[in-house]
Ligand binder design. Structure first.
Ligand code: DGT
Ligand code: CA
Ligand code: CA
Ligand code: ZN
Length: 579
């Protein structure tokens, strides 16, 4: 199957590696920069490199030129590149590996190697733990700690894919399978259906006609890059983005139990099977059985839970974290759903770093059927995000209030996303904040403060009666940045006592609060706002990811302030404002 773009990306990846190798060697930085720039160029090309080569166009592309074009030609025609192989032989393999550690660049890696003669992640970790890094010229205890932290992040990454990335891809595959001629039904399963924040792979359960035919049709879909294995009823594929997918093809009579099995979690399944056994039944992917030949018909996944004498459990909470006990007692919470959301309390406009005008954001909110939205642009110390000066913020609030007179049907709250400075003070004085309808506070700098400093920094913001919402409370960026080192339990206790709302930020990279913390917060009595932090009108649709986190955190309408009617919400927001 022709997959033209892969070649471009592969060659770009080799160029990036060459640049790294040159830096590790301590070669002329201009050289590595040229390779990096060429790598970026190659990534962005719309046409296959082979094609451009044939037409003689490649060397005329800015940033590539004759020399690099020759190297590309060697790669394309022979499948390897001598220059690259020689470089790899010159640089110890363990050195290149060090660059995978977040925060470690070629300079640091080289300095460690020169000073201690070691390479490889394990050796560097051991050296850091033994306090040997801090003695290297130009490094200190801080560098040593950052390296250890980086290694921790590297180990926790383990190739899992953020929900925001994998979900649309999984749905696209599900839809294309559904369209196949012999397929009656196809549904997402696994961690993606449970809306877990990251997933290892895509699982899809399919039913219809002959399984062999269905599997061979699926293998020929344009999305499928490779078939790793395929049997009578299972296939494991690699799809275009390099993500793996498990396809479970079953008979129509087994569809619901197979879907339930493949949805998991494994822990949930194991517990349900025990419960079935306790009732003298057998539950597996093929059905529910009262005896060897006695299959009990099930209608929908609901039917399975019904046979087991329990309430239906939505996929998002099938984690064996108490849902089974609650379902047996018929006391599951009525989970919040997207249709319950009545507004969004954190979004940006072109007054700071958003791309749309206030009016455009209002219009987008109206189209979603919202009763209210809050405009919360960045505060002044956030220069890169064009944060608002005191007088501009007040001007904006004034503008919003005038707009409200003619907004019709939707309430626009004048708000701000105020930076919590490194010392715990806020980026605007109280007399300004107290004039706003909705103050969101958050951290955008000094992420690496120690636990005690970070915790008291956040707590001082919570204590300010003008602060309504703490935004993206842990600061983590999925797959890119760990949460701040902060005592979240202490933050939750303080938020519960001050009545400060904690945010579930729906931005796909954030999903912050994470589900487990959202549930802890609810149990401690905190209120939650599910916000998008949208920087453009279309990003308001991210709300859906935040709702999934909330569902995984067992939240109900009562817990989520932006599912409340406008009057109740405004009342709550006003209560802790200084008059
Ligand atoms: P992932 O892919 O790591 O994000 O997580 P899952 O939950 O999607 O796990 P995966 O893809 O390995 O398997 C899909 C489902 O298959 C899983 O949620 C439950 C079921 N399953 C897998 N292994 C077992 C098992 O050993 N016992 C039981 N009862 N179910 C299993
Ligand atoms: Ca999976
Ligand atoms: Ca799987
Ligand atoms: Zn924001």
């Amino acid at each position: 199957m022709p997959v033209p773009m892969v070649d471009n990306l592969k060659i770009a990846a080799i160029f990036y590696e060459i640049a790294d190798l040159l830096d590790l060697k301590g070669d002329n930085p201009f050289k590595s920069r040229a390779y990096r720039r060429a790598g970026e160029k190659l990534e962005g090309l719309a046409e296959p490199i082979g094609e451009l080569l044939r037409q003689g166009k490649l060397e005329h592309i800015e940033g590539i030129g004759e020399a690099l074009s020759k190297k590309i030609e060697e790669l394309v025609t022979t499948g390897s590149l001598r220059y690259y192989e020689n470089l790899k032989a010159e640089v110890p393999a363990g050195l290149l590996e060090l660059l995978d550690i977040p925060g470690v660049g070629p300079k640091t890696a080289r300095a460690i190697y020169q000073a201690l003669g070691i390479s490889g992640v394990d050796a560097v970790e051991a050296a850091a733990r033994a306090g040997k890094i801090r003695g290297i010229p130009g490094m200190g205890v801080k560098t040593e700690q950052n390296i250890l932290r980086g290694i921790e992040i590297l180990r926790s990454r383990s190739g899992r894919i953020p929900l925001g990335v994998i979900y649309p891809i999984a749905v696209r595959l599900e839809e294309s399978i559904k369209r196949l001629p012999h397929v009656e039904d196809a549904r997402l399963a696994g961690s993606v259906r449970r809306m877990k924040e990251t997933a290892g792979d895509i699982d899809i359960v399919v039913t219809g006609g002959a399984p062999e035919e269905i599997i061979s049709d699926i293998a020929r879909l344009p999305d499928v890059r490779e078939v790793i294995s395929s049997g009578a009823s299972r296939a494991r594929l690699v799809i275009r983005e390099g993500i793996e997918a498990d396809i479970w093809v079953v008979r129509p009579a087994e569809f619901w139990t197979a879907l339930h099995h493949a949805t998991g979690s494994k822990e949930h399944n194991v517990r349900l099977r025990e419960i079935a056994r306790g009732l003298g039944l057998k539950l597996n992917e093929y059905g529910v059985f009262a005896g060897p030949d006695e299959k009990i018909p099930v209608n929908g996944e609901e039917g399975i839970y019904e046979i087991l004498g329990m309430q239906y459990i939505p996929p998002e909470i099938r984690e064996d974290r108490g849902e089974i006990e609650s379902a047996l007692a018929f006391s599951l919470p009525d989970l919040i759903a997207s249709i319950d959301i009545k507004g969004d309390l954190h979004m940006h406009t072109d007054w700071s770093d958003g791309v749309a005008t206030i009016e455009e954001m209002v219009e987008a909110g109206r189209r979603r059927g919202y009763s209210y939205i809050a405009i919360c642009d960045h505060s002044k110390s956030l220069g890169i995000a064009r944060g608002l000066k005191d007088e501009d913020l007040l001007k904006q609030a004034d503008y919003i209030r005038k707009l409200n007179g003619r907004a019709g049907g939707i309430r626009v709250l004048a708000g701000v996303e105020v930076d919590i400075r490194k010392d715990g003070t806020l980026d605007y004085p109280d007399e300004i904040l107290s004039q706003l309808d909705c103050v969101v506070a958050s951290i955008h700098s000094g992420f690496r403060q120690d636990r005690e400093t970070m915790t008291s920094r956040i707590i001082s913001a919570l204590k300010n009666p003008n602060v309504d919402i703490l935004a993206h409370p842990t600061g983590r960026l999925l797959g890119r940045r760990e949460a701040y080192d902060v005592d979240m339990d202490a933050v939750i206790v303080e938020a519960a006592s001050t009545g400060t709302i904690l945010e579930i930020n729906s931005y796909p990279d954030r999903l912050d609060l994470p589900d487990v913390w959202a549930r802890r917060a609810k149990e401690a009595g905190c209120k939650i706002a599910i916000n998008t932090d949208a920087h453009s009108p279309d990003q308001l649709s991210h709300i859906w990811f935040g709702v999934s986190v909330a569902r995984r955190g067992w939240l109900t309408r009562d817990d989520v302030v932006n599912s409340w009617p406008a009057e109740k919400l405004l009342d709550y927001l006003a209560r802790h404002h200084v008059e």
